[in-house]
Design a protein around this ligand. Structure first.
Ligand code: NDP
Length: 282
């Protein structure tokens, strides 16, 4: 029987334990974890994500500060704000919501964040740490997927894992985390030849492409664990994953739905990373 992994439930459990740990931490140290989120421009999806982050902070008892800047904000101004936040004692995590407007160099902005406050795990210091096996922070979405996998009791050692997508925020860090857990990992992308032949080898298949329903049943091995990272808005306004859920669920052993799978875990892990950041200063 296929198990549908309930990301909402697991994310709620994570938030509960973060809230409890944050209360204990505050009792012992007097420190309340603080997260600053910077949004540049009016992208509607980004506005929704930033709102959810503030709500999650309130739920776990963190201080949250939002910076909503106009789309024409200069790179220099954004760098100034980051400098101030790097020095701000009550802020332990800094997150710049991506994508940024075209006139701002994303790499320059990420590199300006103090790696000890880089709760998104995108700073080159943390990327290097992930490659060498000792990061301060791991990007929230792949960290959330690892949490889903481990809480579901799925063993990764020796398994064939295939990640479709090679972005810096999902595909690449995902592959490194699976490798660290001793899976044999293949990364696919838009130039991969005969994608179905590769994905059919997967005991664990991670789809992080951004193309609705592109992973069909004929691309999946019987009994595979299928994790769907995709969030795609359809013409009818509904959300769809990268996986054709019904047909793939009929073959998979475990599968995540969209919505309610990976998505809620991303914000829960942001809370975990922010608590870790606060702990790092003592
Ligand atoms: P990107 O657009 O940065 O990367 C997409 C990747 O998919 C690229 O590596 C691209 O290959 C690859 N790709 C595109 N078309 C194909 C194809 N036909 N066959 C194989 N590979 C292909 O996306 P992200 O990694 O940022 O996001 C992926 C999805 O995950 C999106 O739907 C996004 O909304 C969602 N997402 C969800 C999150 C959550 O919290 N649930 C968080 C972050 C993202 P190439 O490199 O060759 O171009």
């Amino acid at each position: 029987m296929t198990v549908i992994i309930d990301g909402n439930k697991i994310a709620q459990e994570v938030r509960h334990s973060v809230r409890k740990e944050a209360l204990d931490f505050k009792e012992k140290t007097g420190i309340v974890p603080g997260l600053a989120v910077i949004l540049v421009g009016e992208d509607p999806a980004s506005q929704v994500y930033v709102g959810r982050k503030a709500k999650a902070c309130a739920e776990v008892g963190f201080l949250s500060r939002e910076y909503k800047l106009s789309a024409d904000t200069s790179e220099a101004k954004l760098l100034n704000i980051i400098d101030e936040l790097n020095a701000d004692q009550v802020i332990h995590g800094i997150l710049v919501q991506l994508p940024l407007p075209k006139h701002i160099h994303t790499d320059k902005i990420i590199a300006a964040i103090d790696p000890q406050k880089d709760v998104d795990g995108f700073h080159p210091y943390n990327v290097g740490g992930l490659v060498s096996g000792n990061p301060l922070f791991v990007p929230c979405t792949p960290r959330g997927i690892m949490e889903l996998i481990s809480r579901t009791g799925i063993e990764l050692s020796g398994k064939e894992a295939v990640v479709v997508g090679r972005s810096n925020i999902v595909g690449k860090p995902m592959a490194l985390l699976l490798l660290a857990q001793h899976a044999t990992v293949t990364i696919c992308h838009s130039r991969t030849k005969d994608l179905p032949a590769v994905t059919r080898r997967a005991d664990v298949l991670i789809a992080a492409v951004g193309k609705p329903h592109m992973i069909k049943a004929n691309m999946v091995k019987e009994g595979a664990v299928v994790i769907d990272v995709g969030v795609n808005r359809l013409e009818n306004g509904k959300l769809a994953g990268d996986v054709a859920f019904d047909e793939v669920a009929a073959k998979a052993s475990f599968i995540t739905p969209v919505p309610g799978g990976v998505g809620p875990m991303t914000i829960a892990m942001l809370m975990k990373n922010t608590l870790d950041a606060a702990r790092m200063i003592i």
